[in-house]
Design a protein around this ligand. Structure first.
Ligand code: COA
Length: 198
């Protein structure tokens, strides 16, 4: 125990933590992430990480794992990409076709996207997003929509588009990215697997 000299009080815990952080050189852990398409044997891991990622997420009814499974079983999981760290799946993104009421085709919905909680904020979600966009380009998709926090998806080029509507959601959360031509106008409908409950 270091004696406390009169007039010098030990800093409160919060301040001590901040001081330690400021004085300790930050060691950036460099993860070696492998991004690849899903294999049949990945299905259970994808289910598990989807459950874990959404466990504490806001605005969810915790059905995302059922959605991915139903999309796969109905042949509507157009793109399914995983992120691996040392052979373990730590992230996943799903893309499926959407329909638009103006009959525009080749548009896709991105999501669910999941990163295991203890692997979040390390750039894995960004790698999955960029890989998903690349893959959409390679299948000549015209564009992609998603529902999510604009603060995150804006950095990948997604933004709300007047006239492209997902009913019953706040307009700023429904965002689109065009990969070819104009963003269509109309009502967007996700695949029926999005109502899967088990
Ligand atoms: C959303 C998610 C996939 C992002 O993955 P990630 O690996 O943590 O993301 P990255 O490391 O590439 O990016 C981190 C950045 O995104 C921000 N971010 C992460 N999740 C966010 C969210 N839901 N809303 C807004 N910003 C978010 C972080 O604050 C951080 O910002 P910074 O770069 O300015 O510091 C991940 O947080 C997740 O699985 N969340 C739970 C499930 C979910 O909500 N999915 C999205 C709805 S489909």
């Amino acid at each position: 125990m270091v004696p406390v000299r009169s007039g010098l009080r030990p800093p409160p815990d919060r301040l001590r933590r901040r001081l330690n952080q400021a004085l300790t050189p930050q060691r950036k852990v460099r993860l070696s992430i492998n991004i690849r398409k899903e294999k049949p044997s990945d299905a259970q891991s994808i289910y598990d990480i989807t459950v874990a990622a959404f466990l504490e997420a806001p605005h969810t009814d915790h059905t995302e794992q059922f959605i991915v499974k139903a999309l796969r079983e109905s042949g509507a999981l157009s793109i399914s990409i995983v992120a691996e760290n040392e052979g373990n799946i730590v992230g996943h993104v799903a893309l499926s076709p959407v329909t638009i009421s103006d009959n525009e085709d080749s548009w896709y919905g991105l999501g669910p996207i999941s990163v295991l909680p203890n692997n979040q904020n390390k750039g894995i979600g960004s790698k999955l997003m960029n890989a998903a966009i690349q893959e959409l380009k390679s299948i000549k998709a015209k564009g992609c929509v998603l529902l999510g926090d604009p603060n995150y998806y804006h950095r990948f080029g997604f933004k709300p588009s007047e006239g492209l509507i997902l009913p019953d959601v706040p307009t700023e959360y429904f965002q689109a990215l065009s990969l070819q031509g104009e963003i269509p106008q109309g009502i967007v409908t996700y695949h029926e697997s999005f109502s899967a409950k088990g």
